[in-house]
Structures are given as C-alpha cells and as structure tokens.
Write a protein that binds this ligand. Structure first.
Ligand code: NAD
Length: 485
C-alpha cells in the first residue's frame, strides 16, 4: 500500500527530521485496517532537541512584536488552506471520521489561527492605582516553550487553532500528535516549516508514554496544554509535579447530559439527540451528550422514534459524503467500546439499536460498529457513569426537576450539558445548577469562537477557545516604579 504522506518526518528546529531512534510507527486506516503511512517513533532525546530549539527561538519570535507574529500566523493559515484538500483526505483516512464535518475542522483550525492573530493587541497589562507616589503596572510575558499534547479525534484542529493562542502570546511550541492519527501532523510539519521561523513550531510524533511524558517532565517546559483523557491528564499532573512546578491546563473527557423537559417537540429532540452524540465521528467527542435524560411523560415516544432513526443511520466509508458514521479510530478504542456494550447488557440496560458490527462485505475488516442506543439505563450503571468515547447513547428517565439535576450532576465529569424546554424558569434554573463548563439551551453541539470551552470536575482545568486561552499562555509581571517628583 502506498503511503498517503510522502515525508515521514517531524519538525524540529525548522528541519524535517526522522527520530533519533530511526524507528517508525505504522498508521492504520480504521475503515480497512490497511497501513496508510508511517511516522517517526520519537524519543525523549527528540523532545530534548525540540525543546532546545523552542527555547532558542521564542525570544526572537516574541521580539518581532504583535504585528510580526500576526502576519506570520496568517501566512501559516493561508498555506494550510492551500493544502486543505490533502490534509482533509489524510485526516479522514487516518481518524475514520466522516468527511463532511471534517471539512469544517481544517477551516475551523485556520479560523482559530486568524482569531488569535487578531487578538494580539489584547496581550496587555494594567495600571494599578494602589499608591499615589508610584506607578504600578503589569505586563504579560510568554512562558517560553509550551508543550501541546493532542488526542485523536480532531488532530489537525487541535494542532492549528489550539496552538495559535500560545504562539500569538510569544511562545514557541512543541506539539505531540496522537499516535493513532499522526499523519496530518507530518503534512503540517512541511507547512509550518515554510511559514514560521525555525524552532517556533516543532512537532514530535511517537507514543504517549515516551514523547508526551518526556514533554510533561521536561524542566524547561513550564506550560503544558493537554487535551485528552482524564486518566492521562492526571498522570501528567503527577509526573510533572515530581520534577517542577508547572502550569498545566487540561481539556478532558465528558459524560454529558442532555436534559429534556416535557414541553418539547419530540421530533426536535430526536434530531438533537443524534446531533449531540456526534455520530459523524463515532461519538468520539468530549462534548457528546451521551446521557439523554428524558422526562417520564415523553420517554416512550422519544425512545421509539430515536431507535428507528438511529437504526436507519448510514454507516460507511468515511470518504463518502453520504456516510453518517465512519469507523472507530483504533483497535484499542473499538475493543473498549465493545466491552462497555457487553457490560451494559450484563447490568440490565436494554439494547434498542445497534450494538453490533454492520453487515456487508465492506465491513468485514475495520473497526465498525452500528450506532448504539441503550434504554432503561440507571444512574449507577457503568454506561451512565464512565466516558465510553464511542457511538453509544444511554437514555434515562426522570420525574421531577431535582431528580433530573441529581442524575445530571452525579458523574465525575462536568464538561457540557444541553437543556431543552420552553419554560424560561426551568431552563435558567437548570443552566445555573448543572455542574458543567459549557451549557446549551435548546441546542446542542456547536462551539462558538470567543466563547470559553472547558470543564468542571474531572473534565479539566482552564478554558480554551476564547481570549482566556491566549492569556493563559502568559505570565504576569508586576512592576512598581517609585515617582520621585
Ligand atoms: P489519551 O489521554 O489517551 O491521549 C491523549 C494524548 O496524550 C495523546 O497524544 C497521547 O499520545 C498522549 N499520552 C498518552 N499517554 C501519555 C503519558 N503517559 N504522558 C503524556 N502524554 C501521554 O486520549 P485520547 O484517547 O487520544 O483522546 C480521547 C480523550 O480526549 C477523551 O477522554 C476525550 O473526551 C478527550 N478530549 C477532550 C477534549 C476537550 O476539549 N475537553 C477534546 C477532545 C478530546
């Protein structure tokens, strides 16, 4: 099989390089299990070199000023768009996510770059009127080197739009792509080499416990920005704390509720429940509303229509525009989802749709599953508590406001919540009391540029996607000047 990406090289100090190890990891197309490319198996030594390059470059990068950095970032965005089709194809084949929504990922990533490029002049400090005989002021300064660790569901989006804030703030970055979807990062390495000064944007591919961990414990990388599972996030906090004091932001998992009151239009709810699950990327989204909490009076009607709609969904080749769901990203993730399905059955949840491999010769190989719906789920069950990160929707029933709230909040996570009602009192009371960092009322799914995104509880620390993300990549310095006259 011909590799989809010509150069299997990382970007360190402006050079496209292989790993010191001389070894590679294969990339598998999850829809066919074919090898579609390879990427360098980076090591701690590669991370060391990348950090050295970043450390050697950030002062000059910061020194070109806001306008200079904005110009370079916009150029980076333009070059990405020139190769958008190539990036898209690689990303779809490597992740298994369907092509139509993935087309948005490249654009949204570049949109994020342009957004932070435009926000540069907001990297400002304050004057503080504490005493009349002094001028007290604050400055924002970059950390220096930022480590950005990325999960497999939106690799190109996170490597672009979610590094731009750090770059705009005057830092250099070392990006660690996900090992089950690293190919788009190799293309990005070629693009960044053209657009940005050497050392400012580095990419080190490889396995998490080697490359990610080496970045997390590197004493010169004080600022780590992690997107991934709560388990890895906690491991990073632990490892990092052994070597240094660090500023670590964590964008982690979710087990998000969609809470539906009785006064709704059932067909709107069925459509929204499907949309909220992000089946187009096999439910593999931190924000997926994987717990549908229905008022008892509408439970039967919603569930029966939902089962029918989910059953009719078109699972198929992710490159086909008509596919509504692709393949699960990796064998490990696939097996994990299957284990949850078995556990759910054993715990007494009622399988209402899916739960098995789709039929047909095209599904003989690959990590395929039909979109899955479980009814009669009880709040204490595994599938009601744990993040599956797959196409499995659990439906629960409630009878009064307090019960709905209790079920919604009774999980370790608190990333998103979606509330459906025409009653403003119920909507606002629930929005205020649900423990989640992002709440939709009468909608589900979209992110809005400028509106903070991040989690309560074990869903994370910090807020991304708004100005706060860019500012989080700065240290604040206070200066007090004694006025002599
Ligand atoms: P993961 O935690 O397994 O891996 C994420 C990244 O961490 C990968 O690049 C991996 O190589 C690296 N890694 C693994 N072990 C490491 C270690 N010991 N030290 C340092 N780095 C290590 O997560 P995943 O399976 O790739 O992604 C799915 C998770 O990401 C889900 O929990 C999902 O909810 C979460 N996620 C969160 C957001 C958000 O914005 N909150 C967005 C997307 C995904």
């Amino acid at each position: 099989m011909k590799s989809m990406v010509k150069s299997a090289r990382m970007l360190i100090g402006g050079e496209l390089v292989e790993s010191e190890s001389g070894e590679f990891v294969s990339s598998i197309d999850p829809a066919t299990e074919e090898v579609i490319g390879k990427f360098p198996a980076g090591t701690a030594r590669d991370v060391e070199k990348a950090v050295e390059a970043a450390e050697g470059s950030w002062e000059a990068w910061n020194g070109i000023g806001v306008a200079g950095r904005a110009e370079a970032l916009r150029r980076f965005g333009e070059l990405i768009m020139e190769r958008a089709d190539e990036l898209l194809e690689v990303e779809v084949r490597d992740t298994g996510n369907t092509i139509t929504p993935m087309r948005g990922d490249v654009k949204t990533g570049v949109g994020g770059i342009n957004y932070y490029a435009g926000l540069g002049y907001e990297l400002k400090g304050e004057t503080v009127p504490s005493t009349p005989n002094n001028l007290h002021l604050t400055l924002r300064e970059p950390y220096g080197t930022v480590g950005r660790i990325i999960p497999f569901n939106h690799p190109i989006l996170f490597a672009t739009g979610h590094t731009a804030g750090a770059l705009m703030a005057g830092n250099s970055v070392v990006v660690k792509p996900p090992e089950t979807a690293s190919l788009s990062a190799l293309l990005l390495a070629e693009i960044a080499q053209q657009a940005l000064p050497p050392g400012v944007f580095n990419i080190v591919t490889g396995l998490g416990p080697q490359v990610g961990a080496a970045l997390a414990v590197h004493p010169q990388v004080k600022r780590i920005a992690f997107i991934g599972s709560a388990r890895t996030g906690m491991a990073i906090q632990r490892m990092a704390a052994e070597v240094a004091v660090k500023n670590i932001t964590l964008e982690l998992g979710g087990k998000n509720p969609m809470i539906v009151f009785p006064d709704v239009n059932v067909s709107d709810i069925v459509t929204a429940a499907i949309q909220g699950m992000n089946f187009t990327w096999q439910g593999q989204s931190c924000g997926s509303t994987s717990r549908l909490l229905l008022h008892e009076s509408i439970y039967n009607e919603v569930v029966s229509q939902l089962a029918e709609r989910i059953d009719a969904m078109r699972v198929g080749n992710p490159m086909d525009e008509a596919s509504e769901m692709g393949a699960i990203n990796s064998q490990g993730q696939y097996e994990k989802v299957l284990r949850y399905i078995e556990t759910a059955k054993a715990e007494g949840a009622k399988l209402l749709a899916g739960g098995e491999r789709p039929k047909g010769p095209e599904f003989k190989r690959g990590f395929w599953l039909r979109p899955t719906l479980f009814g009669d789920v009880k709040p204490g069950m595994c599938i009601a508590q744990e993040e599956i990160f797959g196409p499995v929707l659990s439906v629960m029933k409630w009878s009064d406001f307090d019960e709905a709230l209790r079920i919604a909040n009774d999980v370790e996570y608190g990333l998103t919540a979606s509330i459906w009602t025409n009653n403003i009192d119920d909507a606002l009371a629930m929005a205020r009391r649900v423990r989640a960092g992002f709440v939709w009322v009468n909608s589900v799914g979209p992110h809005y540029r400028g509106l903070n995104y991040g989690g309560y509880k074990n869903s994370g620390v910090g807020r991304d996607e708004g100005i706060q993300e860019m500012l989080s990549y700065t240290e604040q310095k206070s200066i007090s000047i004694a006025l002599r006259n």
